[in-house]
Write a new protein. Sequence first.
Length: 158
Amino acid sequence: MRVGIGYDVHPLVKGRRFILGGVNIPYSMGLSGHSDADVLAHSIGDALLGAVGKKDIGSFFPDNDPKSKGISSLILLKQILELLKKDGFRVNNLDSTLVAEEPKLSSYISRMKKNIAHVLEMEPEKIGIKATTSEGLGFLGKKRGVCCWTVASVKQVS
């Protein structure tokens, strides 16, 4: 059993879709980034890569690579899973905490879990996703961005 931690943050901007866990959430702003800027998927990817001792997600999918421009982060997660499988690992469980003042995310969490479970070939029950606010403090509290922390455990299967 191995454990990794991941973190990601992106600013909120007008004119972008707001996507978390592959779910398009109605909101007046979206997350800015090279891909779809899905902070949940990015933090999961970093946690998984860290658990198996690899470099961060930006090393595999740099923000200057035209192949990943606008790409769904679920596609990136699938590629990370393939790296893990190649090295003989499978995902055991995930626990993520999203920090966003708005919009309220609780009604979207089950869909996020289902999407991520499908991509990572695991049961949704082995994925924890929670949403909280920063109580109005800092850039997150001023609704200027969204961040996510993830802890992941993996098992070696071969």
